[in-house]
Design a protein around this ligand. Structure first.
Ligand SMILES: [Zn+2]
Length: 297
């Protein structure tokens, strides 16, 4: 009796293991990269993201479990530009020796503006620009091809198709923003994650917290931001999925602005049932939310 229950379960789990073994195991540092790898790799890859949905990779503390996941991978994909400060330690601790890709390889990184502590440093949030993400996708395809040459054509074709979707996204986003008068294209967010998006589509982002969520916003910086928001009539204030909304509640109170209903997804996707379960969904959600907020300025 017991046997008849256990055996099918055992066979099922062996079947799953055999299926997973056919796929190229890839680890991505965070959920947005994990989705890009999945889009290019399709059903030939098994992707794990170390920092999951709604997680904050700036302040992430890897666990021993992450080391085990990493050691089983044949390709590790990170963002680079100083984003994953904890990764080198994890690689050393787990003795990971297989292939590595810095997904932002060959892109031109922008410098941070705004926050004096970060000024002049390179901005890691390059995934907020779909044009740069096309380079990420090409880099991912090249790494998948070299890790799994038997499926080279498959990866290249999927990368081409996905990059066409990125072109369509970029065109759509530019059209949406074009409907807002340039003087109204000003937004307050909690941490300075949208520099690339702003530069690409002509939106000015102001953030009290700077590039890294680890740094506290200074009272002086917050005061400056509030004065600027009042002067320029900025009412579009947005919280992010990875940040504490408290500071923004204070800012919106003092400026007479109001926190918008929709939150922005800056450094992580939402869970599978949320509005930003993939990179493309995240970008469409963010642009739609920003445009609705800027109309109130
Ligand atoms: Zn960030």
């Amino acid at each position: 009796m017991k046997f008849s229950i256990i055996l099918p379960a055992l066979l099922a789990s062996l079947g799953l293991a055999a299926q997973a073994a056919d796929k190229l195991p890839v680890v991505a540092s965070f959920s947005i990269l994990g989705d890009l790898v999945q889009q290019v790799g399709g059903d030939k890859v098994a992707v794990r993201s170390l920092v999951g949905p709604d997680g904050d990779a700036h302040v992430y503390q890897p666990s021993p479990q992450d080391g085990k996941i990493l050691v089983g991978a044949r390709l590790l994909v990170v963002n680079g530009i100083g984003y994953e400060g904890w990764m080198d330690r994890l690689i050393r601790a787990s003795q990971y020796k297989a292939a590595r890709l810095v997904a932002s390889d060959k892109i031109t990184a922008q410098k941070m503006g705004g926050d004096p502590a970060a000024r002049g440093k390179l901005d890691p949030h390059a995934w907020q620009d779909p044009a740069r993400v096309r380079q990420y996708v090409s880099n991912i395809a090249a790494s998948l091809v070299s890790a799994d040459p038997a499926n080279a054509d498959y990866y290249r074709q999927r990368a081409d198709n996905y990059n066409n979707e990125l072109f369509a996204l970029e065109k759509w986003a530019a059209e949406q923003v074009a409907g807002i008068a340039p003087a109204k294209r000003r937004v307050i967010t909690s941490h300075d994650a949208f520099g690339y998006l702003g530069r690409r589509f002509g939106i000015q982002f102001l953030a009290p917290q700077g590039m890294n969520t680890e740094a506290e916003a200074s009272a002086r910086e917050v005061g400056k931001l509030i004065r600027q928001a009042k002067q320029q009539g900025i009412k579009a204030v947005f919280v992010e999925n990875i940040s504490n909304p408290k500071l923004l509640e204070q800012i919106s109170r003092e400026t007479g602005g109001r926190i918008n209903q929709g939150k922005l997804f800056s450094d992580a996707l939402s869970g599978p049932d949320g509005p930003a379960a993939s990179y493309l969904a995240m970008m469409r959600h963010n642009i739609g939310t920003l445009v609705a907020g800027m109309k109130q300025n």
